[in-house]
Design a protein around this ligand. Sequence first.
Ligand SMILES: Cc1cc2nc3c(=O)[nH]c(=O)nc-3n(C[C@H](O)[C@H](O)[C@H](O)COP(=O)(O)OP(=O)(O)OC[C@H]3O[C@@H](n4cnc5c(N)ncnc54)[C@H](O)[C@@H]3O)c2cc1C
Length: 508
Amino acid sequence: MAHIGIIGAGISGLTLALLLTEKGHSVRVFEASDLPGGAIKTTRNRDGWLAEWGPNTIIESSGRIKRLVSMLDLEKRRYYPDSAAKKRYIIRDGKMVAVPVSLMELVRTPLLSRSAKFSILREPFRRRAKNHDLHTTDAPETISSGTDSSLSRKPGRSEESLAGFVRRRLGEEFLKWPIDALAGGIYAGDPERLSLRHAFPRLALLEEQHGSLILGQIKGGVRRPPGSDEIPRNKAEIFSFDDGLQVLPDTICSRLGDSLSFSSRVAGIDMITDPEQGRKINNDDACYTRRWRIHFVNRQEPSQEFDKIVYAGTAYGIKSITLPEKLSDVVAPVADIPHPPVVSLTLGFRRQDVAHPLDGFGMLIPGVEKFPILGTLFTSTLFPNRAPDDEHVTLTTYLGGSRQPEIAEKSEDEQIKLVIASLHKLLGLHGEPLFRHRILWSRAIPQYELGHGRFLSLMDRAEHDHPGFYMAGNYRTGISVGDTINAAFDLADRIDRDLNGPASGANR
Ligand SMILES: Cc1cc2nc3c(=O)[nH]c(=O)nc-3n(C[C@H](O)[C@H](O)[C@H](O)COP(=O)(O)OP(=O)(O)OC[C@H]3O[C@@H](n4cnc5c(N)ncnc54)[C@H](O)[C@@H]3O)c2cc1C
C-alpha cells in the first residue's frame, strides 16, 4: 500500500486526505498549528455569538462539493440562506443601492448612470482585446487548475488586467462601482493589478467563446466540458453549517482520526534516491527515486518516509521549508505571490440599534466611495445561530486588502471606531457593540495578479521534474473554499492514477 504524506490541514489538505483515504491509500497529514481548517475557523462564545475568522460561506459550485457534504453526513447541519438574504448592496454616492437582478431593476437602478446602462447595449459590439490592451508577462503561462481546465496551457503571452477588460467592454463607471466592489469583496484586491485570465477566468472565457459577456450569458454562460459537474455561478447556492464553517474541517478531522498530527510543523523534505528500487527519470541521475522523507521543526518528532508527498501549506510558507536544491530553485518564487493583509471584524449589536432592515447578504464598498472598509456581511441575516436571539444581530466587516493595507495594521480600537463610524453612515447604526471578534490575517488571500501564470508554470515544472511531489492550495487552483475542494477531487484522482494507473504515467 502506498503511503502519502500531506503537509497542511487547511481545507485543501484535509479534503485531499479524506478522498485518498476513501480510495484505499494510507495517508498522514501534518499541521503546524493545533487546529484543523487553516483559514476556516469559527468562534462561538457562551452568550450565543458566533464569528468566523476567515470565510463565512462556501459556494456550491459543483456536484463534488455536495458529494463531500453528503460523504460527511452533514446535510442536516448545512444551512442555505433564506431568500431574504439574497439581496446584495453596493455603495454609490454614500448610499446603499441593491444590485439589480432583473431587467426592470437594471433600468431603474441608481447604481449606474443612464450612459453606463446604454453601454450594456453596446457591449456585444465591442472589439476583442488587441495587443496594446495587454500587459506582457515574462514567462509561459499555464492554468493548471482542474476547474479551469478549459483554459489549459497557453504559450508565453500577454494578458489583460480585470480593470482593462471592464474598461474596454463596459466602460469606466462599471469598473469604478460594481467591479471594484467585487474585486474588493472576493480578493480584497485591486482590479488594475488582478489578472483577468487568472482571477476571473470565466469572464475571459465568455469573451473568448461568445465574443461578448452579455451574449455569452444569454447563450447559457461558459461552455462546460462534457461530463463536468460544475454548477453555473448564477445557479450555485452558498451555504454554511449550524455551528459555522468549522464544522467542515472538524468533521473531516474526526474521519481521519490519528492520521492527522497537530503542532507538526514540517521543516524540510528530502528525496531518497535509491538506484536499486527507483528508475531513471528524465535521464537525470539525481532522479532515481520514489520516496520522500519529511522532517519536523520539533527535532524530537521522528522523520517519516512516504511514496508521495503533497505540499498543501501556504504559498508564502514554502520558503521556510528546506527542499532538495533543484526543487527549491523552481518553487521558491511561489512565496512571492502577493498576500495583502485583511482584518475580519465581527461586531454584535442590539437589533434596535441598527436602523437598516439588514435584508440581504451584505454590502460592498468601491474604493471611489472613500470609506475605510471593504464591505460588511449581514451575518445574522444570512444564517441562524450567529447572534443570541432575534433581538440581536452580527455584522462582519473586512478592512485592509490591496486597497488600504495600512488600515489593517491599525490597532483594534482604531479599527472598531472606523467600522462603527462607517456603519453609522451606511446602516444608521447607533450604540456600542455587545460582542467583538477581530482577526488580523497578515497575509490573507493570494492575489492572482498580472504575471501569475509564471507561478503556475513553476509549480507544473516542479511536479514534472520531481515525480511524487505535488502542490495544492488556494495559491494555485482558485482562492475560494469551493475551488480548493474541487481541486482536491482532481488531485486525488491524479495521485490515484499515478499510483494505480498505466505504467507510462509521468508521476509514478
Ligand atoms: C479573511 C478571509 C475571508 C475569506 N472569505 C471567503 C469566503 O467567504 N468564501 C470562500 O470560499 N473563501 C473565502 N476565503 C478564502 C478561503 O478561506 C481560503 O482560500 C481557503 O480556506 C484556503 O485553504 P487552503 O487549504 O488552500 O489553505 P490554508 O487554509 O491557508 O491552509 C494551509 C494550512 O497549512 C498549514 N501549514 C503551512 N505551512 C506548514 C508547515 N510547514 N507544516 C505543517 N503545516 C503547515 C497552515 O497552518 C494551514 O493550516 C477567505 C479567506 C480569508 C483569509
